[in-house]
Write a protein that binds this ligand. Structure first.
Ligand code: SF4
Ligand code: SF4
Length: 360
């Protein structure tokens, strides 16, 4: 890693040049929510003017650039003699993503573990990941962000360039030769001891600004104990089975595979489509048997995937604490309330004062 400092005006000139020369995406305001708060989305940008440098958080994560909602895996064609050919493309155009937060970059690192380091690495994901240049930016957390609890409020890898706001300048962490080459034409300086102090102060401020905290110490074991808790049914009864939480989540990656035949039967294509474990038919098998017929069971498994399963297999939890799922859920279901409810039940059970429903 190489560290440099760049003035904000020079940084804007750098971003303007780099987005003009590339297939670039950055945060843009696209609408307002019902409270009048801005809604931001990663959208194509052609100049620095189009980027919302002061954005808070995007409703959708950057997952869409690596795991699109729907993608073609292969295409088959058949000729008159019944010979067939399979066509597979792994190509991905070079793409620049600007403005990812530390938790967003952590989420991409988690997807790397899943999609590239498992027994069946995905060439589709690899093509996109290799061809994507990531510029990260720090920010002060929203009141409901809890990435500090998940230890994802800082990030040290997975990006090409990371920018920390230190007042009139940005403190740059340069993590690739490509980023260094791009920056060569712009005015940079080595950090002074004062810059280092400003960076430390900035990090302290970010850390102290979190208003939402979740106690995750020992959570995997805790979830084991709470497998049959009535809390799952209580929250599951609210769930609308819409799957929105998984769509906005930067680390939900479950998908289904479907085949589509051309109407003249001379070709077919195989697609995958992102799916959600909260959808009613997620665990349905041939014959109509559903292994998770109840809302509470499906909700529980989403939480176990995020906070339990991966810690056993990979020594990490895959929730990065962005709270996109909590913001998007129309039923008001969010990780903080569900986990705190589970903890509350356990902590009060000794006194017999549990506010939870009976276990019948
Ligand atoms: S967004 Fe909320 S209501 Fe929809 S599936 Fe997820 S938890 Fe259920
Ligand atoms: S589970 Fe919710 S809070 Fe955690 S990473 Fe996914 S969207 Fe963010």
């Amino acid at each position: 890693m190489i560290y440099k400092v760049i003035s904000k005006s020079e940084f804007t000139a750098f971003i303007d040049a780099i987005v003009k020369a590339n297939n670039a995406y950055g945060p843009r305001r696209v609408d307002s929510d019902r409270n009048g708060e801005p809604i931001y989305k990663f959208m194509p940008v052609a100049s620095a003017d189009e980027i919302a440098f002061d954005y808070t958080a995007t409703h959708f994560s950057a997952k869409q650039f690596f795991l699109p909602f729907r993608e073609e895996l292969s295409h088959f064609s058949f000729d008159e003699q019944d010979n067939w050919e399979q066509h597979i493309r792994y190509e991905a155009p070079p793409t620049l993503l600007f403005g990812l937060r530390p938790c967003d970059i952590s989420a991409v690192n988690i997807l790397d573990d899943v999609m590239l380091r498992g027994p069946y690495p995905s060439p589709y994901y690899l093509a996109r990941r290799r061809n994507t240049f990531i510029i990260g930016m720090d920010h002060l957390p929203l009141p409901d962000c809890f990435c500090k609890s998940m230890n994802r409020h800082t990030v040290s890898h997975g990006f090409n360039l990371f920018c920390s706001d230190i007042g009139d300048s940005y403190y740059l962490s340069i993590n690739s030769s490509k980023a260094f080459t791009f920056l060569k034409e712009f005015e940079l300086r080595n950090p002074t001891p004062e810059d280092d102090c400003l960076l430390i102060e900035r990090r302290k401020l970010i850390k102290q600004s979190f208003l939402t905290n979740i106690e995750v110490t020992g959570l995997p074991l805790f979830l084991d104990i709470e497998f049959d808790s009535p809390i799952w049914e209580k929250w599951g009864d609210k769930c609308l089975n819409c799957g929105t939480c998984a769509m906005v989540c930067p680390t939900c990656y479950c998908y289904s595979v479907e085949e589509n035949f051309d109407i003249d039967l001379k070709g077919s294509s195989r697609h995958n489509r992102l799916y959600s474990c909260n959808l009613v038919d997620f665990a349905e098998v041939a014959g109509g048997h559903n292994f998770r017929p109840r809302n509470g069971d499906r909700l529980k498994y989403r939480y176990y995937h995020h906070y339990r399963g991966f810690s056993a297999n990979d020594n990490q939890q895959i929730c990065v604490g962005c709270n996109r799922c909590g913001r998007a859920c129309l039923a008001g279901i969010n990780p903080k309330d569900v986990i705190n409810d589970l903890r509350l039940e356990r902590e009060t059970c000794k006194t017999g004062d549990s506010p939870s429903p009976n276990r019948t």
